[in-house]
Design a binder for this molecule. Structure first.
Ligand code: SF4
Ligand code: SF4
Length: 76
């Protein structure tokens, strides 16, 4: 399980420095999302790196800090 960022992201950048696993990136800096049909210029989480903050914090930091509540569990 990991957290994902939905298209509601306003790219405020608040979550990026909070992630203990450096799993959050700004899409503008990477080609990661460019070929996806739902591409939008938002921040994104590399699911392989996200541990839901287990071992670091009691709750996912990106979920806690996001002002628009667009960090949600990725259950797929
Ligand atoms: S849940 Fe924690 S590890 Fe996963 S992206 Fe958010 S801050 Fe990073
Ligand atoms: S804190 Fe929320 S709105 Fe801000 S960049 Fe992260 S996911 Fe996007």
């Amino acid at each position: 399980m990991s957290i994902k960022i939905t298209k509601e992201c306003i790219s405020c950048g608040a979550c990026e420095p909070e992630c203990p696993n450096n799993a959050i990136f700004e899409s503008k800096k990477s080609d990661f999302n460019k070929n996806r049909s739902n591409y939008k210029d938002t921040y994104y989480i590399v699911s392989e790196k996200c541990t839901e903050c287990i071992g670091f914090y009691d709750e996912p930091q990106c979920v806690s800090i996001c002002p628009v509540n667009c960090c949600v569990p990725d259950n797929i």
